[in-house]
Design a protein around this ligand. Structure first.
Ligand SMILES: [Zn+2]
Length: 161
């Protein structure tokens, strides 16, 4: 079973500025049974952008315009069968974890820009969104449409609810 890929959704790990997040951290948070984790069968994201800008694939995906069951990640309830989810490490203030903050490093910004533009080229009909456009959350702690405009992503690829 597969469905057409509709959304690229951007996320943050909701961890303090400057703190690295590993695949092992995400596996513990997402896959471990409660109360340690959420007990999901799949990770929440396809790729993570680390503090130094390096890009790590967490869940494999292919290059066609379909989301196969093996590509699905659990980023946004209700949208996962038609979405790809990308996360950056960070998203809250270093001294106050309740305070959402755009903590993307220059290296993370550069990687996110390249990745988003590449995915838009690969999937010309995709809509790029922030998690907070689908749910009452701060994630990814920045205004995704404004940022997309600032880096020149075509208006047709910017999700508007
Ligand atoms: Zn999120």
């Amino acid at each position: 079973m597969s469905k057409p890929l509709k959304y690229l959704v951007l996320h943050c790990t909701a961890t303090p500025a400057g703190r690295e997040v590993t695949r092992q951290d995400l596996e513990k948070w997402h896959l471990s049974p409660p109360p340690t984790g959420r007990g999901w069968s799949r990770l929440g994201y396809s790729d993570i952008i680390h503090l130094d800008g390096s890009l790590e694939n967490l869940t494999p995906y292919d290059t066609n315009d379909q989301v196969d069951s093996w590509e699905i990640t659990n980023g946004v309830a209700g949208q996962n069968s038609v979405s790809r989810h990308v996360v950056y490490a960070g998203g809250v203030d270093a001294n106050d974890v309740k305070k959402a903050k755009d903590t993307r490093t220059p290296e993370q910004l550069a990687t996110m820009e390249v990745l988003v533009k590449y995915i838009v080229l690969r999937h010309p009909h995709i809509l790029v969104a922030g998690h907070n456009q689908f749910a009452a959350k701060a994630c990814p702690s920045f205004d995704v449409p404004s940022w997309l405009r600032s880096i020149g992503v075509p208006e047709a690829n910017i999700y508007k609810p």
